[in-house]
Design a protein around this ligand. Sequence first.
Ligand code: SF4
Ligand code: SF4
Length: 113
Amino acid sequence: MTTTDFSDIAACGLFCGNCGSHTRGRCVGCKAGGGMVNNCQIRTCVADKGYVSCGECAELETCEFVNPTGLVPRAMGKVMSLVFRSDKAGNLQYLKEHGPEAFVEYKRQQGKI
Ligand code: SF4
Ligand code: SF4
């Protein structure tokens, strides 16, 4: 049985543990309904499927929520990754290959927790 807390892993691959708003207590984090996107389709989809993140999903590479084709959503994604200092795509790939337990440990080793 795992005792690792996955609550800092955002559904889209951002890591709330990196975010100053979350660590300073101004944001409850993605999983608790925080963040800048009120009706986030990714968060809803991941919750409906019972996943920790999209890293568990077989549709990761083709999902239009995660891989938007429009210029504005793609630009927004880049801005959010910069704001949260988080490599969303890299994080999701790591989560896919190694799972959430190893991801949290990886962040811990980086001093991100
Ligand atoms: S974009 Fe959606 S899934 Fe990602 S951190 Fe914000 S609310 Fe969570
Ligand atoms: S990658 Fe899968 S879990 Fe994530 S938003 Fe797309 S369909 Fe939902």
